[in-house]
Design a protein around this ligand. Structure first.
Ligand code: DC
Length: 225
């Protein structure tokens, strides 16, 4: 099959990453989780003291983003993000980052730089890129666009269980509130809000297994591309 770009967008904790990872493995494509890149900027900005309680310094964060180097490497079948050569995959999943990342991702200058890097990463095609604006802004010409969603209470359960496995102390209520807040920011921000573009296929996976979804996509690819 000719190599293409597969754009996967959707809500937080909708299962996008699980799907993108499994699909990329199935068809031997590169998996790029663009949310990780915004998380990495948030992580670096926190470290540099550019974010304090409810206060962020957009100008300085944009300057910082210009200096960051992003690289995805496959480790044990999982695409890990290296920031300036350091694997930060674990750190960027912490709740402190989840709480702040939506705000950081609203900064236009940050998005501009990150989108530029994402387009470079997709130049050779053969990528499954997931995020919020992949089909709408980063690759409007992607050959296959998917929009993933699931019921909010199911998404909260998934995220809560994931955090519990990683021993993070948090209540389900806090997880649900964080998801609602992120949904609102992601869908209502001024630049590149999360939208389902017309040519994206909607998948509500509330009641679907990962195998159901992969089967559907592979069949679709065989028939249409
Ligand atoms: O997919 P995630 O939850 O790790 O993404 C973290 C945040 O980054 C999310 O709240 C919205 C933002 N994001 C974005 O604005 N654009 C993307 N392409 C990917 C993520």
């Amino acid at each position: 099959m000719k190599k293409i770009i597969i754009a996967i967008d959707g809500d937080s904790s909708s299962g996008k990453s699980t799907l993108a990872k499994a699909l990329a493995k199935e068809i031997s494509y590169k998996h790029i989780n663009t949310g990780s890149m915004y998380r990495a900027v948030t992580f670096a900005a926190l470290k540099e003291g550019l974010i304090s309680v409810n206060k962020i310094n957009p100008k300085k964060i944009i300057e910082l983003t210009e200096k960051l180097n992003f690289d995805f490497k496959l480790i044990n079948n999982h695409s890990n993000l290296f920031l300036n050569g350091v694997n930060i995959e674990k750190e960027i999943r912490l709740n402190q980052i989840s709480d702040l990342v939506s705000q950081v991702s609203t900064i236009f200058g940050v998005r501009k730089k990150i989108v530029e890097i994402q387009r470079q990463m997709g130049l050779d095609k053969g990528v499954v890129m997931e995020g919020r604006d992949i089909g709408s802004v980063v690759f409007p010409c992607a050959e296959l666009k998917l929009f993933i969603t699931a019921d909010i209470s199911i998404r909260a359960d998934r995220r809560y269980n994931e955090l519990k496995i990683n021993n993070q102390s948090i209540t389900r209520k806090a997880v649900l509130e964080n998801l609602q807040k992120r949904d609102f920011i992601d869908r209502n921000r001024k630049h590149s809000p999360l939208i389902k573009v017309k040519d994206a296929i909607l998948i509500d996976n509330s009641k679907l297994t990962i195998d159901d979804q992969i089967l559907f996509i592979i069949n679709y690819l065989k028939k249409n591309l």
